[in-house]
Design a protein. Structure first.
Length: 491
């Protein structure tokens, strides 16, 4: 079996660092790539080598397949890990890596293509006995056909881009007369965002929960699931807090969902780590929404409860190794939560607020994990996703994980940009959250700007106190050659 000895990580920020950590543990060298905006980023210093791939805009750097493959070839890497976002779900990139003799750490280009088109994925699921959200068979040609479908399915409906992702190209339509206008908007948005204006119609589920199942499959035909995550707490249809297991899922429902997920992955001959996303409603029905053919942002909560390092598993699978565990070996241990700390202003509709982190002291302690790609005095760049860190906590029970998260976020000192930290604490302290009473409308239903402002001001006071106690170090002191020393020790 050919061992992978050097991996180029076609990504940046926290996920590049997350992947490097697994590389180091496996004794695999890592190659970073960076744009001009990321010269001083921690992921560049942490890698064994690093290559400049272009100017700041992602289209000229992290999305340039040719530049990435060129860097991989120059560095002598034998594999490429795409992380999430950027080219991670781009079938052409996966195929280009394979053509260049590089192992793509992910599924085959064919599986990415099969699941990347939401209409094709729906059809594949229907043919394989996996329940899908009621909707049109394939994309709809024009507004008249869409109206016809709307009448058949029943309002409200959701218009969705076949090539969709990141919540783009999605429009809710409550009444038939609004459909033609919304159809054109969805089509234009989809064409602009994905270069593919195809739109389909789906039943709009009121107050659903977003529940997804992590799967792992090796190239010898073994497949397991790592149970579910609930990701109902969202803004702009995008996740902000996640947990595992879901407080909604009973053992029989878990069994049905996890089996459906494995069936979904098997239907496209899936190999490597993937996530099958479902929408679930109060009566316990659930519907396939899409499959993400890559590592998910929220994978740490699954790692906490199963004890399985998903990135390490991905690398071993890509080498051709069989899964080292069977389904019956995998159990749920306790409960984990994740809060995504973004440079966004929750009181301004979660508008991005990039800038310099004047202070950044992440929390620590028992049961607390922080995945971050920025550091104190560093920049949250306006060019990319404004995530600062993912804080995840583990507890024996959901209540323990929640209490620990509230403590961790209270301990977290950040200054210089607005963040979602106080917002996450606001949610953690709510009775509905504590009851596990969640839906994808949680944020709009429960956000209380006054209470949030009170948590914000406590946070601001804590930051002032911390500032008095520990003056900020000069930027030059913040860049210790920690990793190079670690690496020297390893040789
Ligand atoms: P994207 O791929 O753009 O992120 P998804 O299909 O994953 O889009 O949907 C993102 C979110 O949008 C879901 O988690 C859910 O909150 C909402 N959503 C999607 N489809 C529906 C639907 N049919 N009914 C209600 N909400 C939906």
């Amino acid at each position: 079996m050919p061992r992978i000895s050097k991996i180029l990580i076609a990504n940046r920020g926290e996920i590049a660092i997350r992947i490097m950590r697994s590389c180091m543990e496996l004794g695999v060298e890592s190659v970073a790539v960076y744009s001009e905006a990321d010269r001083a980023s921690p992921h560049v210093r942490m890698a064994d080598e690093a290559y400049l791939i272009g100017p700041a805009p992602a289209a000229q750097s992290y999305l340039r397949s040719d530049a990435l493959i060129d860097a991989a070839t120059k560095s002598g890497a034998d594999a490429v890990h795409p992380g999430y976002g950027f080219l991670s779900e781009n079938a052409a990139f996966a195929a280009a890596c394979e053509r260049a003799g590089l192992v793509f750490i992910g599924p085959s280009a064919a599986a990415i293509a099969a699941m990347g088109d939401k209409t094709k994925a729906r059809e594949l699921m229907l043919n394989n006995g996996v329940p899908v959200v009621p909707g049109s068979k394939g994309a709809v040609e024009d507004a008249t056909i869409a109206q016809h479908e709307g009448a058949r399915i029943g309002y409200p409906v959701m218009l969705k881009a076949a090539a969709g992702g990141g919540g783009k190209g999605m429009r809710l339509v409550r009444a038939p007369q609004d459909l033609p206008r919304e159809f054109n908007l969805a089509r234009n948005e989809a064409a602009a965002a994905f270069g593919d204006g195809r739109v389909f119609v789906e039943k709009y589920l009121e107050e659903p929960r977003h529940i997804e199942v992590q799967v792992l499959a090796d190239s010898s035909g073994n497949m397991v699931h790592l149970f579910e995550r609930e990701c109902s707490i969202q803004r702009r249809h995008q996740k902000v807090m996640e947990e595992a297991p879901s407080p909604f899922v009973t053992p029989p429902l878990r069994d049905r969902m996890c089996r459906a997920a494995v069936q979904a992955a098997a239907a496209c001959g899936y190999v490597n780590a993937g996530t099958v996303e479902f929408l679930a409603v109060a009566d316990g029905s659930f519907y396939f929404m899409e499959m993400n053919t890559r590592l998910q942002v929220e994978h740490p909560v699954t790692e906490w409860i199963t004890g399985i390092d998903i990135v390490t598993a991905q690398i071993r699978i890509a080498e051709g190794a069989p899964l080292p565990f069977k389904q019956s070996d995998i159990t749920v241990n306790g409960h984990a939560l994740e809060c995504r700390i973004y440079a966004e202003d929750p009181l301004q509709g979660f508008a991005p607020d990039p800038g310099t982190l004047l202070r950044h002291r992440p929390p620590a302690g028992f049961g607390v994990r922080v995945d971050s790609g920025v550091e104190e005095a560093g920049e949250v760049s306006m060019h990319y996703d404004p995530m600062i860190a993912k804080v995840s906590t583990w507890g024996r029970t959901r209540a323990e994980a929640t209490g620990r998260m509230d403590r961790a976020l209270a301990e977290y000192a950040i200054a210089g940009v607005s963040t979602t930290r106080a917002f996450c604490r606001h949610v953690l302290q709510q009775a509905a959250f504590r009851r596990g009473d969640l839906s994808t409308h949680y944020v709009e239903n429960h956000m209380d700007p006054d209470a949030l402002a009170r948590v914000e001001s406590e946070v601001a006071r804590a930051a002032v106190v911390a500032h008095v106690l520990a003056p900020a170090p000069a930027a030059s002191e913040l860049l210790p050659p920690v990793m190079s020393e670690w690496r020297r020790g390893r040789q």
